[in-house]
Design a protein around this ligand. Structure first.
Ligand code: 13P
Ligand code: SF4
Length: 303
């Protein structure tokens, strides 16, 4: 394993590439990456990269967003089979139909969508700024695509707007149950409960805090508490432990995103060796999908 990691580090330099990795990547990939973050932090970081090539260790829509925001760069996605099933719950034809039925609604798409869906979107958001994005809009009606849980969470803070929810969800966060959280709370009564807004409303109701993955990292490093129950994909716990060695973190049993874990060290090595598989999108898609992403990045984080 050390040989593969050494070779990746050598090739990064030789090929003038950076490795960006999502917080849910396996520990070895997080540790060799130049930058680890949530969807919003990664999108922002992609706009700051000075090298020619970005090796994107995350799911497909994240790598696509990196290219849309940096069309002049080479963006390599080490394993194109790493796809977000929630992003696949809405396609561009379906969205066009929904827009016809609700012509007055503004389309807010979670960044977990394909580039095609973004071409029919007014503004994107992530879990770190959904409420801020929706509050910035003049329109009274929001067509929120595709994560109904994130939409329902945002609606709590913008009750004056009417929401139309797409029936999408993240299977990893949907499967986190009230019983699991209650069980952990019984076992670790001093721990703060942090959950992701992709969780179901009943889980959100019993949490102490709701954050994006980066929001959780920020909170844990500044909280007076030193023990936390982490209601999101288990990969984040590696970073939390690394950055907060004096704190205790409890992951949710079985909260694993199999797609995030499809990217291996071998894939990353091959990606650097061959600069393949590349993310390819048409010029037209890039141009149309860029506007909602630029607006999202300009709004910034709320957590
Ligand atoms: P964030 O890391 O942006 O909070 O999102 C989590 C997620 O599920 C990305 O797929
Ligand atoms: Fe998609 Fe959920 Fe996996 Fe994130 S954790 S990539 S939203 S399936």
């Amino acid at each position: 394993m050390t040989e593969i990691i050494d070779e990746i580090l050598r090739l990064k330099h030789e090929k003038n590439a950076v490795v960006l990795a999502h917080n849910y990547q396996v520990p070895q990939i997080q540790d060799l990456a130049d930058f680890v973050g949530d969807s919003l932090a990664l999108a922002v970081q992609a706009t700051k990269v000075e090298t020619d090539t970005i090796i994107f260790c995350g799911v497909d829509f994240m790598a696509e967003s990196a290219l849309i925001l940096n069309p002049q760069k080479t963006v390599v996605h080490p394993n194109p089979k790493a796809k977000c099933p929630m992003a696949a719950m809405v396609d561009v034809e379906g969205l066009r139909l929904a827009k016809k039925e609700t012509p007055k609604a503004v389309v807010v798409s979670y960044v977990n969508t394909t580039a095609d869906v973004k071409t029919e979107t007014d503004i994107c958001c992530t879990s770190a700024n959904a409420v801020k994005v929706i509050k910035s809009l003049e329109e009274d009606t929001v067509l929120f695509v595709p994560d109904s849980n994130l939409g329902l969470y945002a609606q709590r803070y913008v009750p004056e707007k009417k929401f139309i929810f797409w029936p999408g969800y993240c299977h990893v966060h949907q499967d986190i149950s009230v019983e699991q959280i209650r069980e952990l709370k019984r076992e670790f009564p001093d721990a703060e409960v942090l959950v992701h807004p992709e969780c179901s409303p009943d889980v959100i109701d019993i949490a102490d805090f709701v954050f994006s993955t980066e929001g959780m990292v920020r909170h844990c490093s500044s909280s007076a508490s030193k023990e936390f129950i982490i209601g999101t994909e288990e990969g984040l716990v590696h970073r939390l432990k690394k950055e907060n060695p004096g704190s205790i973190f409890h992951a949710i049993p079985d909260a694993v995103c199999p797609n995030m874990k499809k990217i291996t060290l071998e894939d990353t090595l091959n990606a650097l060796r061959n600069l393949e598989p590349r993310v390819v999108l048409s010029k037209e898609v890039i141009e149309k999908a860029r506007a909602p992403l630029d607006k999202m990045v300009a709004i910034g984080r709320q957590d």
